[in-house]
Design a protein around this ligand. Structure first.
Ligand code: PLP
Length: 390
């Protein structure tokens, strides 16, 4: 049996895989099993923040690997403490809970909202408003939070207590507040899986105002937008808002699984001993890697993200075969005239790896992708968009 046949036979068939087997890489160049090189415009799905086998990240991970790989959360862990302190000092959060994934980070946010409401207002105020077309994860509860009907068919019953407002329509959010006993709003600032759609600043600030007026928590899902991706360390910092909870994962570990739920002042003491936990959460190796990632994302790196973003947007906007470009920083969606699958296949052929979001091409390159590689990748994407080869 070929490895492809074995994959089909032995691995749960939850993924429609591209016909691609990446085996190695360096920075923004990755290599398949036949030695063909590609420019990586996806970094997993916004995970390999500084590309493949980045030296500083690798050194941090290897140093921790040589010390101790796991201790459990029954004991102190300095990589976790350093990471939590760093995240708090860079965001204004007061405390951090560590898990292993985006879904878990959101699950924790949801538990915090429910407990905070119960502690403060009693048992009835449990409803959480999320947005239509959102994506918050694959656990039963984060699927319930996800505002897309296609995710609500197979796994009934779902937990109650989620209502869905329309993005960029403040009156829709207001109506949800009026009709329900609401404890929190949970939303992405750029809907990633939903098609790389940024929320308007006015809308987001309006939602914050509604949260304050109705005594509800403002919770931002930065699983994908976080960790420098949008040109801010966290996207909320560019929206002029003060959230109560921020969840993140994907790029935080630079390639290793770690998620974080950042708790701001209003909820800093909501979680108490025994109220939540995770065996692997805040694994020392993942946390040591994450420290190196977050320490590295300074103003210069963020400026680099904005410069690269402007380059991509200016090259692709209005180009032949391209209908629109949306997104923020290095989280961009490209709406195409041709079928996205065909354009992607042509890009692969020409040695460039973007991914999809709905019917768009999605670009999530490393924050430090060298300009010369980015230029080549953009030239390939432009050619593929109009059905040409270069
Ligand atoms: C990817 C993603 C998640 C889920 O993260 P996992 O690590 O796959 O559990 C949740 N929210 C957003 C916005 C995401 O992009």
């Amino acid at each position: 049996m070929s490895f492809k046949e074995k994959d089909k036979q032995y691995i749960a068939n939850t993924y429609g895989r591209f016909d691609l087997h990446l085996v190695s890489g360096k920075g923004s160049l990755v290599c398949d099993d036949e030695g063909k090189e590609y420019i990586d415009m996806a970094t997993g799905i916004a995970v390999n923040t500084f590309g493949v086998a980045d030296e500083a990240w690798r050194a941090a991970v290897m140093a921790q690997l040589g010390q101790i790989q796991h201790t459990s959360n029954l004991y102190y862990s300095t990589p976790c403490i350093r990471l939590a302190e760093l995240l708090c000092s860079r965001t204004g959060a007061k405390k951090v809970f560590f898990g292993n994934s985006g879904a878990e980070a959101n699950e924790c946010a949801i538990k915090v909202a429910r407990k905070w409401a119960q502690d403060n207002f009693g048992k009835g105020d449990y409803t959480i408003i999320t947005l239509k077309n959102s994506f918050h994860g694959r656990t039963i509860t984060t699927l319930a939070a996800t505002g897309q009907d296609v995710f609500h068919t197979d796994f009934n019953p779902f937990p109650a207590g989620f209502v869905y407002a329309t993005a960029n329509d403040l009156s829709s959010v207001e109506q949800c507040f009026t009709e329900n006993k609401v404890c929190a709003v949970l939303m992405e600032l750029v809907q990633g899986e939903g098609g790389v759609l940024p929320l308007d600043k006015d809308f987001v600030q309006g939602v914050e105002m509604l949260c304050r007026r109705h005594n509800a928590l403002l919770m931002i899902d930065e699983v994908q937008t976080g960790n420098g991706r949008t040109g801010e360390l966290y996207a909320f910092q560019g929206y002029g808002i003060s959230p109560d909870v921020v969840s993140t994962a994907k790029g935080l570990g630079g390639g290793l699984p770690i998620g974080a739920t950042m708790l701001f002042e209003r909820v800093e003491n909501t979680l108490t001993a025994g109220s939540h936990g995770s065996t692997f959460g805040g694994n020392p190796i993942a946390a040591a890697g994450a420290v190196s990632i977050i320490e590295r994302i300074d103003e210069e790196v963020l400026q680099g993200v904005r410069i690269r973003s402007e380059y991509i947007v200016s090259e692709l906007s209005g180009a032949e075969g391209i209908k629109s470009v949306s997104g923020l920083g290095l989280m961009l969606g490209v709406e195409l005239e041709r079928d996205v699958n065909e354009v992607l296949a042509d890009c692969f052929q020409m040695g460039v790896l973007p991914i999809k979001a709905k019917n768009k091409m999605r670009l999530l390159p490393a924050l430090n992708i060298p300009m010369e590689l980015l230029k080549r990748a953009v030239a390939v994407i432009k050619a593929a968009a109009k059905g040409e080869r270069i």
